[in-house]
Design a protein around this ligand. Sequence first.
Ligand code: PMP
Length: 406
Amino acid sequence: MSFDIHSIRKDFPILEQQVYGKPYTYFDSAATALRPLQVLQAMEKIFREFNGNPHRGAHYMSNQTTLAYEAVRDQVQHFINAPSREEIIFTKGTTESINLVAYSFGEAFVSEGDEIIISEMEHHANIVPWQMLAQRKKAVVKVLPISDRGELMLEKLDELITERTKLMAFNLVSNVLGTINPIKTIIEKAHHHNIPVLVDGAQGVQHGNVDVQDLDCDFFVFSGHKLYGPTGVGCLYGKRKWLDAMPPFLGGGEMIEKVSFSGTTFNALPYKFEAGTPNFTEVIGLGAAIDYVQQIGLTNIAAYEHELLEYATEKLRTMKGMRIIGEAENKASVISFLVGQIHPYDMGMFLDKMGFALRTGHHCAQPLMDRLGIPGTVRLSLAFYNTKEEIDQVVKAIEKTVELLS
Ligand code: PMP
């Protein structure tokens, strides 16, 4: 390990909490990560010391928030290595980013009979907006299957691609299976047919370095709250050639150039896609979160989380009746499992009473559950503030739960 876990844990005040009189152990970072003090302090500073609507006033505070807000755009640009700051759009999160693309790209480029390809392991956020687009335009959503191990069946992609394929949308990392998808290979294949690709990075940006130029993806989306930042903020990166050709998603303040009752012209990128008062406090919190993970280093984070993943997988695998859902070769630190006939909700409830926060259910991936023929899973997701001792404790708690419920 190349960082001091004990001093890192001090940055996360929630880890000192107790629930039901027991120490609180957090294994649900894939749902929403904990936020370090540095993020809370950055946001508190805005609430206490700066209030001004960015881009909208000549006064001192408005200028301060404008500068801070726009500085985070530069930070995000560098964080994912986007070619320019104008290609970074602030949104409410991954869901809004995908809806923006489904609506605006769909308006510009999708017609009756056209096709969008997604996969069997997508989150509802990367399924439903495409279905809504398909309904609006009489287009078709096609689905790339997965293997029983939980890997994309890339060999089937060629069968799905036709002249009508207008876009592909895949996650970088599955929130259920933990699979890290070979997204660069997919993009190369898609580009060979001139098909753009949206990458859902909601479970990807927090586990390793992302370079959108190296991936050559057309769109990349993620949420602040899974990257140790606040809720209510996310990003959309899009190649300028697409964003320029796409109509605005929402109308209102700031996204305009000139408004009159006879018509309106729209602002340049990125503002064309940022209607209304921006969530500047959250954006500034996101900037602090990016600073924080960069100080630890995403390479260090990935290495440590991989160590935790292997440790936890080995421990769980030896348990009687244990079935790990998602055994891809290349995995991020997310482990879904079922034990014997125990329903995931029962397991989750018992673990909760012992102080362990794990997610249970379908994880907003019902089609994936149908594909696997299961009602849901228990999901243990590991972040860099977790420890091997915590894994030992949760394994004991799972064993105890199995004993009680069997
Ligand atoms: N995609 C994936 C893979 C996710 O895990 C999630 C969040 N669970 C989302 C999209 C949606 O993210 P948000 O709810 O932050 O918009």
